[in-house]
Design a protein around this ligand. Structure first.
Ligand SMILES: O=P(O)(O)OC[C@@]1(O)O[C@H](CO)[C@@H](O)[C@@H]1O
Ligand SMILES: [Mn+2]
Length: 439
């Protein structure tokens, strides 16, 4: 694309990006420091004096990071050797090169929001890996686990629903199957509201039974391309394709991950898909994003539930993984700052992997920001254009809105929402199913 619009950034005082950098990110850093404080005795018990020293070092590194951010210091290179250190520092050099004409430096309130926010989480990881022997500590694990435990009632309701559905799935006619597909897609969409980085790490669990509220939530779906997803997968099934692969780029652990696994179970049980590939994060990310530890821990928790249908789900899910019908992928690209239009250059192996899918579901807001480059697009710009050449396979964003970016709306739709509800872009109250691919 010739000249895509400018990136969202903290330069726009009062914008959601600005307020995130000014308020929410320091709050997240402070919570991370408190978490380390609260684990001091555990570190001592486990590692003795070395553990206590490591905790002090990690806290001092995070406090330094918070000061850099709050005083808008220049962004500095990563120093600890890790698989992506060079890629990050090349990215920083690139942003520096863009500013060589001016006396500007890449800074927190100047550089693209997407870059500085991703950088912040990568610096948290650097502080931890620089503090052995606590270098495998996940500062967000406690809040991810808490959000899972607080959503138990909703999780049991969903697992019960799925088990009853799976028992009768053979008797469903086409329209009943489509109706169930749409229900579970919407449950996965609204599961995305449970996101801890938006809430600044405050608990954001699912307390109500989301199945009963789907009809009430329908008016808040601003773009609804579910029909395209149905026709794509049901046509694959009709053509008796031996392999129908759906890839799910995961977002938050806890309740949202349960909704994604419930959807994935339905897809294989209904034979709308024969294999599901999941993509999580290689390092702790945006507070609640799913790592492989979270993925395995959650399935283990569900399997060992004392509720009959919940534990049946967990056993089935463990079985899908053992049989290879569900595959989990770890790739460092998902925790880089790059827009997805750069994937084919930066991570050609991952791009080639995604090209094997019949459909890719991208969960959540950060994925949407990277799909569209986190840029100041007009609301009515077509999604295909905003993807800026990123078309590995038919794809759909399944996202609740938590950032000031939205494309593919009808003429006037965004402006009307801004007039009636100024916060429509950032509260997570509205959602989309936005598809790009052959119709
Ligand atoms: O990707 P998710 O979990 O749906 O949301 C990510 C998020 O919480 O982080 C940023 C705010 O800090 C925004 O992109 C969004 O609010
Ligand atoms: Mn997230």
């Amino acid at each position: 694309m010739a000249n895509p619009p400018a990136s969202l950034s903290g330069q726009d005082v009062g914008s959601f990006a600005y307020l995130t950098i000014k308020d929410r990110i320091p709050q997240i850093l402070t919570k991370a420091i408190d978490t380390l404080h609260r684990h001091k005795s555990e570190f001592f018990e486990k590692h003795g004096k070395e553990g206590t020293e490591a905790e002090k070092k990690a806290i001092s590194l995070l406090s330094k990071l918070r000061n850099e951010l709050q005083t808008d210091k220049p962004i500095i290179p990563l120093v600890e050797k890790f698989v992506d250190t060079d890629i990050w520092n090349r990215y920083l050099e690139y942003h520096q090169s863009l500013l060589n004409e001016s006396d500007e430096k890449p800074r927190w309130f100047y550089s693209p929001w997407l870059f500085v926010e991703c950088y912040m989480y990568r610096r948290i990881h650097e502080a931890i890996i620089q503090s052995p022997p606590i270098d495998d500590f996940d500062v967000f694990k406690e809040s991810k686990d808490q959000s899972f435990f607080e959503s138990q009632e909703s999780i049991i309701a969903l697992c019960t629903y799925l088990q009853q559905l799976v028992r009768t799935i053979e008797d469903l006619d086409e329209s009943q199957l489509k109706n169930e597909f749409f229900k579970l897609l919407q449950i996965s969409l609204w599961g995305n509201k449970c996101d801890l980085s938006l809430s600044g790490g405050e608990s954001h669990s699912q307390k109500t039974n989301v199945i009963n509220s789907l009809e009430d939530l329908k008016p808040f779906i601003l773009v609804n391309d579910m029909e395209h997803l149905w026709s794509l997968l049901s046509n694959c099934k009709k053509r008796e394709k031996t392999s129908i692969r759906v890839d799910i780029v995961l977002d938050n652990s806890g309740f949202e991950l349960v909704t994604d696994l419930i959807l994935a179970d339905f897809l294989v049980s209904s034979e709308l898909a024969t294999e599901i590939h999941f993509y999580g994060k290689t390092i702790p990310w945006f507070v609640s994003d799913t790592t492989i530890h979270d993925f395995n821990w959650l399935i283990e928790q569900v399997k060992h539930s004392n509720h009959e249908w919940t534990s049946k789900c967990g056993a089935d899910w463990e079985n899908y993984i053992k049989m290879g019908r569900w595959v989990y992928h770890d790739h460092i690209f998902w925790t880089l700052p790059h827009e997805y239009c750069a994937m084919s250059q930066v991570a050609p192996d991952l791009y080639a992997e995604l090209q094997k899918a019949h459909l890719i579901l991208f969960k959540g807001d950060l994925n949407y920001r990277k799909l569209t480059g986190d840029r100041k697009w007009e609301f009515s710009v077509p999604f295909h254009e905003a993807l800026n050449g990123f078309h590995p396979a038919p794809l759909c964003s399944v996202r609740t809105l938590k950032a000031e970016i939205q494309v593919g709306l009808q003429p006037g739709q965004g402006e009307q929402l801004t007039a009636s509800e100024p916060s429509w872009l950032t509260t997570g109250k509205y959602g989309i199913f936005q598809y790009d691919g052959p119709l």
